[in-house]
Design a protein around this ligand. Sequence first.
Ligand SMILES: [Zn+2]
Ligand SMILES: [Zn+2]
Length: 68
Amino acid sequence: MMPNWICCNSCFHPPAADRRLAVTTCGHIICQNCFQKGKQGECLICKAQCQVSPLTDKSGPEVKGPLL
Ligand SMILES: [Zn+2]
Ligand SMILES: [Zn+2]
């Protein structure tokens, strides 16, 4: 089950207009801010090779298609 409160798994900030959250294919939630600090295609949390899909209000946990 997805909790209502979702925050970045790295910096623990909640989403904001300038801090969009994304979900990685390895299942971590990371904000744009932290993602840009990490390497492209690598999860900042678990260092796995991953792709990131934007997490929006509409899509929720069911994001469609790899992005970025
Ligand atoms: Zn973050
Ligand atoms: Zn990860």
